[in-house]
Design a protein around this ligand. Structure first.
Ligand code: NIG
Ligand code: FE
Length: 410
């Protein structure tokens, strides 16, 4: 039994409620200046003022002096495509020269070029490339990460991706949440028969991935999957026991947010083009809005309307969207900084978005996302006095150390 005591910490954390933090709760951060954190066997035993009475024998306790630094929960990154086999830098240059993201996809590039890379890669090479990506995110404080499949688009390669994602969960320090995203694009071999691909998804792929994925996600977008096609995929996934996510209204307002609300999905993601009705539907359905400001930045698009969402009672979470095309970003501090500077979230709201609400978005709220007794001791020691340091220090790494289940991992 290992017991660790972290002293002289300025602890900042959201607190778990019965539902994700919405409205004014989004910005409610509890703090203990000069507080302490007691960790037993990888979990938080006590914090703040309750610590001393929880120590049975001082001799068995390893002590750390954090010298007044801010301590926040480890980041939960609830939306990534961090399982791929090659970068797409040429495509980035095409976008800079004026070609649109969806036009590149229509021309057989974009997601489809990653599909060719992932199909060609051995399982071992795919694992190694992805492990490097996860190490990058860990360095920036991500202690729990969702990873989507969706660069296979045939049963065999989707299963290969999901095996790699499961192995990442076993062989990296992070908790990894697997999402099946066979509905990420229509593969080239079905270009003239998209309904044939939908049938493959419903009748073969979804039944085959059972047990390997906690969530199912679909790219509901013009020229990709329509609202009725997305609904069919999600209905089948739900029947098979998966929870639901939707890439909704990223480029066009197709009604993806409304679909998320209607289906009471766990989360709707992107939402750059979501309408007022879409936002109302999210609030009504209790859906977490997972916002990806680094994607808006990389696509040179206006940010999602986070303030309107918070005002209407939609719980907001933040994610990197780490992927080889629309946004190659490993850094949650950068995302928090964009959320504060570009979407006008307060540092407190952004912190809840990057931790507790993000944990709700991936079904990990009982384990992580806030510093509370019983939860995993996943935390970050910041190189500053408060969560504002994440926006204040821009473009570098405002982190002294990263701890996962009570162990120093970066
Ligand atoms: O979230 N929009 C769809 N999927 C990803 C991009 C994937 C890619 O370009 O490889 C996204 O932006
Ligand atoms: Fe995505």
């Amino acid at each position: 039994m290992t017991t660790k005591l972290f002293r002289h910490a300025h602890i900042y954390t959201p607190k778990m409620g019965r539902t994700p933090a919405a409205g004014t709760e989004q910005g409610r951060i509890h703090q203990w200046p000069d507080g302490a954190l007691l960790v037993k066997d990888g979990r938080i035993a006590a914090l703040g003022d309750d610590v001393e009475k929880n120590i049975e024998s001082r001799r068995e306790v390893k002590e750390y002096d954090l010298e007044g630094a801010a301590v926040v929960p480890g980041f939960v990154d609830p939306h990534t495509h961090a399982c791929f086999a090659a970068k797409r830098e040429t495509e980035f240059s095409m976008r800079l020269a004026g070609k649109s993201y969806l036009d590149i996809l229509k021309g057989g590039g974009g997601i489809l070029s990653s599909v060719r890379d992932v199909r060609a890669a051995s399982e071992e090479d795919l694992f190694r490339f992805s492990r490097r990506l996860l190490q990058g995110t860990l360095h920036y404080g991500t202690t729990t990460i969702e990873v989507k499949s969706g660069y296979g688009l045939d049963t065999e390669t989707e299963l290969k991706m999901l095996r790699v994602i499961a192995r990442l969960g076993r062989e990296t320090p992070q908790s990894v949440v697997p999402t099946f995203m066979g509905a990420h694009a229509v593969p080239e071999e079905y270009r003239t028969d998209p309904d044939g691909y939908l049938a493959l998804l419903l009748n073969e792929m979804l039944p085959a991935v059972g047990g390997l994925a906690s969530f199912c996600d679909v790219f509901c977008e013009e020229g990709v999957f329509s609202v009725p096609q997305s609904r069919a995929v999600l209905q089948k996934a739900r029947e098979l026991g998966m929870r639901l996510k939707i890439h909704a209204d990223e480029v066009h307002d197709l009604g993806g947010a409304a679909l998320a609300g209607e289906m009471r999905a766990t989360s709707a993601e992107h939402l750059l083009a979501a309408s007022d009705q879409g936002i109302d539907a999210l609030a009504l359905g209790g859906v977490v809005a997972v916002l990806l400001p680094a994607t808006a930045y990389s696509l040179k698009k206006p940010f999602a309307r986070a303030r309107a969402m918070i005002e209407k009672g939609v719980p907001v979470a933040l994610a990197t969207d780490l992927n080889p095309g629309s946004c190659f970003c490993e850094s949650m501090p950068f995302v928090v900084s964009l959320a504060v500077m570009g979407m006008n979230l307060t540092p407190q709201e952004a912190l809840t978005g990057a931790t507790l609400n993000a944990a709700w978005a991936v079904g990990m709220e009982k384990e992580t996302g806030s510093l509370e007794p019983g939860k995993l001791a996943d935390f970050i020691v910041l190189d500053g006095e408060s969560p504002a340091t994440l926006a204040y220090i821009s473009g570098s790494r405002p982190i002294r150390s990263v701890w996962k289940a009570g162990e120093r991992v970066a």
